[in-house]
Design a protein around this ligand. Sequence first.
Ligand SMILES: [Zn+2]
Length: 125
Amino acid sequence: MIVAGLNHRDLVWAMRTEDDCIAWLRANCLLAVSQQCPCCATAMKESPTSQHGKVWQCPTTDCCHCHSIRKGSFFDCSPLPLIKLVDFIYWWSVKMRNTYIESEVVISHVEIYQGLIIQAEAGYC
Ligand SMILES: [Zn+2]
């Protein structure tokens, strides 16, 4: 496993911003580093959105197809920010109690269960 031996301090240091988090996930093969437009096969470009997150956008003016950078990844269906998801997964993987995870990740139990339900419906759980 690539991230074996990673502790929470390493994780926080590696993911100071959402962009850092995206770079780390890509370096660990958890997010795509490039995308080809499913409509016209043109190489897509990454663009920021007005909401949190980024999208892959087709630069072809006749097409303009776009989708989340999460598409096709484990994080595809979750509405939570990537940093919170990675933090949540870290604490869950070391078997922390949900109340502790909620406090450390600054996430409500409703967000946790919504995220898990969405993941389960997508077939990831
Ligand atoms: Zn296209």
